[in-house]
Design a protein around this ligand. Sequence first.
Ligand SMILES: [Zn+2]
Ligand SMILES: [Zn+2]
Length: 336
Amino acid sequence: MNEILTKTIEEMADMEFDCSCGKKHRIDIKHIYVGENAYNRILDVAKEILPKEILLVSDNNTYKALGKCVENELTESGYNINNIILVSDGDLIPDEKAIGRVLVEVNNETELIVAVGSGSINDICRIISAKTHIPYVIMGTAPSMDGYASTVSPLIIDGAKVTYPGTNPYAIIADSNIMKDAPFEMICAGFGDILGKYTALSDWRLSNTIHDEYFCDTTEKLVRNAMYKCFENIEGAVKREVKAIEYISEALILSGIAMTLSGNSRPASGAEHHLSHYWEIDKLSRKLEHPLHGNSVGVGTVISAWLYKKLNIEERFGIETPVPEIIIKFIKFYWS
Ligand SMILES: [Zn+2]
Ligand SMILES: [Zn+2]
């Protein structure tokens, strides 16, 4: 029995353990805080690092939602803050312009980057942290994607999506009181990204069965348990109840951790993600808007689950696969 399965997400931070899969797994994130008023934890993190200057990065929306409050708390505690608010007309894009805008603010005094936001802000700060070796903390504002605990940064370079190696955040802070007030489309996207784990795990198991690919039961269980918790609390999530939003946030953080444990993206991303990436790149190349990542992953999950059913994979290989009708029901429940 691997002890990680009995831990809370906060206890998983900075953990190392010998796993039944034969690997020694390590989680290189110093702190993970999920819960009401978790935003306060930024003061504990700052006290640990004692930075000469903090680069605080948000956009116009996330500054209003949380950035301003973080700025006040840190200033009142005596820290020097360089506050950058990235301004964009529509969705903030993690491209050369946004990365450059933040990078020019890094100086010799910058010893901590505090990113306030979700997908794009996290990707921008992660790549800068990786290049400068300045630790960064992500303070989530929406349970919209599973990149919080990831180690790569998908960026838009020369108009195309390119994934760069990044680094783990020093800490992840997900305040459920803030996350629950995110635009509903973003909460849906988070749930859609979690739906995708269902077929991703089936893909991984199938490849293990057919090709004898490396598989970690513990990692699989971690993701599956977190995913089921979100399914069981779907009604609460639609009503923006704090506990249900925490389950989504935890599942999203956990799937990032799961990728670190397995050493690849298998536990978090399968055919449903390939479909979603294709749609995203296609729209991008035609300069058209595309839905939030998780929302197209949800649709990809339906197609993938339908293929599993059509090919009779569950009976043929004895592995659990999702029922497409149930996936459709979940999606309809969210959007009704
Ligand atoms: Zn393992
Ligand atoms: Zn995803």
